[in-house]
Design a protein around this ligand. Sequence first.
Ligand SMILES: Nc1ncnc2c1ncn2[C@@H]1O[C@H](COP(=O)(O)OP(=O)(O)O)[C@@H](O)[C@H]1O
Ligand SMILES: [Mg+2]
Length: 225
Amino acid sequence: MRPALSVNNIVKYFHEPETIQVLKEISFAVQPGEFLALVGKSGSGKSTLLYLLSTMDTDYEGTIDINGTRLTGLKQNELARFRNEHIGFVFQFHYLLPEFSVLDNVMLPALKLGKLSPEQIRTKALELLYKLDIKGHENKKASRISGGQQQRVAIARALINDPAIIMGDEPTGNLDSKNTKVVFDIFRQLARESGQTIVAVTHDDEFAANCDRVIEMVDGKILAG
Ligand SMILES: Nc1ncnc2c1ncn2[C@@H]1O[C@H](COP(=O)(O)OP(=O)(O)O)[C@@H](O)[C@H]1O
Ligand SMILES: [Mg+2]
């Protein structure tokens, strides 16, 4: 089976304030439908790695492939398009547009992609919001709903373009245990039922223990996986 994500010999340096090697020959592959947890102490390089995987940072050595597409070396506009179409992101802080409605926040990435009509996108966004139990809030401003609801809206937004791979940097870092379970169960279901691949950085041992596989980072290297 072709891996959903394949990372080969990734090396990354930061040069400010001094040169440090943050990532040291990282290689691993993730299969379609796999739910992977990325764990490790603060400063071990998890966010840096996820930033590379999500194509936001292109300053590295080595190669990154997603679903058979070699992302390393693509131009910024090609990466932006690939990202919008194939990768969904969920962060610890949701980064919703506070003045826009819940529905508009979810619709935006699909409007930008332009594959469906606005009416189709609206229908799909509403279905996602209902699935994530956000019924009745779709016309509220994003700033006017609770933190747990905002995080679920951010997940709906990440899913609107049916990404093959969903990446989260501490997606439950800001949530109480009840909402953490809700988000975990959503990811679990996406991997199992839709074959979507999940890569999630987490500090939550219980969250990690229930994933399919755990990769631990220590000092810029992969310890186990
Ligand atoms: N933009 C940056 N410039 C310089 N150093 C950075 C930058 N971002 C992160 N670092 C350093 O890289 C290392 C890894 O950081 P990070 O990837 O954020 O770790 P984690 O997410 O595992 O806590 C740390 O030593 C951090 O200080
Ligand atoms: Mg981090």
